[in-house]
Design a protein. Sequence first.
Length: 626
Amino acid sequence: MSEKKKGLIRRFFGAIWAVYKGFRSTVLNVIFILLVVLLAAAIFGGDDKVKVAETSALYLNLRGDLVEEKRYVDPISAALNESLGGQEERPEVLVSEVIKVINHASKDNRIQAMVLDLSGLGGASLDKLQAVGKAIEAFKASGKKVFAYGAYYAQNQYFLASYADEISLEPMGAVILEGYGSYPMFYKNALEKLKISTHVFRVGTYKSAVEPFTRNDMSEEAKEANGAWLNELWLDYKQQVAQRRNFALDTFDETFTALYEKVKAAEGDLGQYALNSKLVDSIQTREEFRRSLIAVVGKNDKHTYNHVTFADYAKLVLPAKQFDNPLSEKVAVVVARGMIVDGTAKAGMIGGDSTAALLRRARHDDKVKAVVLRIDSGGGSAFASEVIGQEIALLREAGKPVIASMGAVAASGGYWIAAPANEIWAAPTTITGSIGIFGLLHTFENAMQTLGLNVDGVGTTELAGFSAGVPVFNGLTEPAKDLMQLLIERGYTEFLSMVGENRDMTLEAVDNVAQGRVWTGRKALELGLVDKLGTFDDAIARAAELAGLAQYDVTVVQHELSPTEQLLADIFGSAKAKGWLPSVTEQPQNRALRQLTQQVKQDFVLMNQFNDPNGIYSYCLSCQIN
C-alpha cells in the first residue's frame, strides 16, 4: 500500500476518533453540568412546604401501577430520558404509601372530602385494589365523603371508583367493563420461518409456560385451567362491585349483543348507557364537578375547589426515611416481587442470592422475632427458588416463625418459596399453584446453514463445548435431549417432595393438584395448598401471634442502595418533585398496537432473564391477565 493511501486511512480513522471523543466529551459535560445544577437546586432551593386549606379535599390522583415494592430505576438514566423527551417507564405507586396517606387524611380535620382521579392508575391486582379500598371505607366511616370523577373508567379504575359515595362521568365519557382474559402471543410459526428450533422439556399436563414458543394457539388443557381461575376472579370482581353499587350481577354486559341493546337504548351515548346501568351516579362537565366540590370544601385562588394532591400530601405525612426503634421487638417483612433469577437482583426482581441475603439479615437480627415473606411472583429459576427456600428453613430452625403472604400472584417458583413457611396466607383472588417444571432451549442449526455459518472443532469428550453454547449453533443430539428431560423430571419430583414435606401431603396428593395447574387462593385453600385466606395485615398479625408478641414494630428488610446511588436518587428525586426537570406528557397511542409491542418486548425480556444454572424453570406465563 502506498504512503499516500496509508495517510488517507489514518486521517479517515483519525477523524472518526475525533468525532467520537468530541461526542463523548459533550455528553459527559452535559451530565456533569446537570448534576451540579441539580445538587445546587436541592441544597439552595426555596421553601416548598405544602400548605393545606382549613377545609380541603384530598385529591387522590394516582399515577402508575399499584405495587408493593418499586422496581429499581437508575436515576441518571431516567432523568436524561425524560429531559430528552422520553417517557417514564411504567411509573409505580406503593400500595403502603397510598394507604398511609388515606389513613392520615381520615384523621385530619382539614380534609373534609376525597376526590378520586383514577385516569392515571395503571395495573393493579384485586388484592391491592381491595387494600386501598379498605382505607377508603375507613375514610368514609370518619364521616367524610368520597367523590370519583373521570372521562373514562377502565376496569381497575372502576373497581376503585366503586368505593366512592358518588361516581361522576364526563358527558362524552365511558365505562366499559370487559372482564378478564389471558391472551399471550404465540411465536411458533415465526420461529420456524426464522429456522430456529425449539426444544422443550417439561413435566405437568397444565404447564403451559412454553406454549407460546411451541404452538400457534392455546392448548385445550391451558384453556380449561385458565378459564377456571379467570372466571373465579371475574365473579369475585362482579360480586364486590355489585354489592357496593347496589345493582344486580346482570348489569355487567358480557356479550356484544347485550351491550349493543343497552347502548342502542341510550341512542349510542356511552355516558347515558353508564348512567342508565347505574354504573355512575351523574354526568357532569368539569366545571359542574368543580362547583359541586366548591360547595363542600370551598374555593381557592385558582378558581377551583380547595384540594391537596396525593403527592403533596404524601410529603407532609410520610417520613423521608423509615427509622426503626432499636429497642422494640419486630416482625420483619421481606418483599419478593417479580421474576426469580439466579444471583443478585435489584428491587423489582427476586435474586436468589440477594433475597436470601435479606432473609439472612432478619435471621441474624436479634430484635426480629418473626418474618413475613410477601410474595408477588410468577416464578422463574428453580435453583434460585431453592436457595431462598433454604433460608426460610434456617429462619424456622432459629425459632423465628415465617408466614408466606401471597399477593396477586405466587405461582410456580412463587409457590416454591412459599411452601417452606410455617403458614401460607393468600387472598381469595391470589393466583397460585402452577407446580411444575420446564426447560426451554432454542437452537440455530438450520438458521446457521441458511446464513452460511458453521461452528466446528474438537474436544476431549462429547460434552466439550456444551457450556460454551456449541449445541445452540449445532443443535441438540438425542442423548442430550434425553439427559435434559431426565433432569426436568428429577426437578419436578423434588418440587413435589418439597411441597409434600412442608404441607404434610403425600406425593400423589401433591401431584393431583400440581401438573402445572393454576388455582385461585380460595380454591388453593380447599386443596390444602394454603392455610388461611387473609390480607397482608392479617399475615403480619399471625406472625406476631406465632412469635408470642403482644407489642411489636413492623420493619421492612429491603435492598439497600450504595451511598452513591442514594445520593443520586435523593438529588434527582428532589429535583423532579420540585418541577426542576422537564416533564413529558404521555401522548395518546393506539392501545392495541401498544399492547402488541409491549407483549413482544415483555416475552423476549423474560426469556433473556432466564438464567438458571441448570436450565430448569418453574414459571407461570399464563398468570399474566389482560
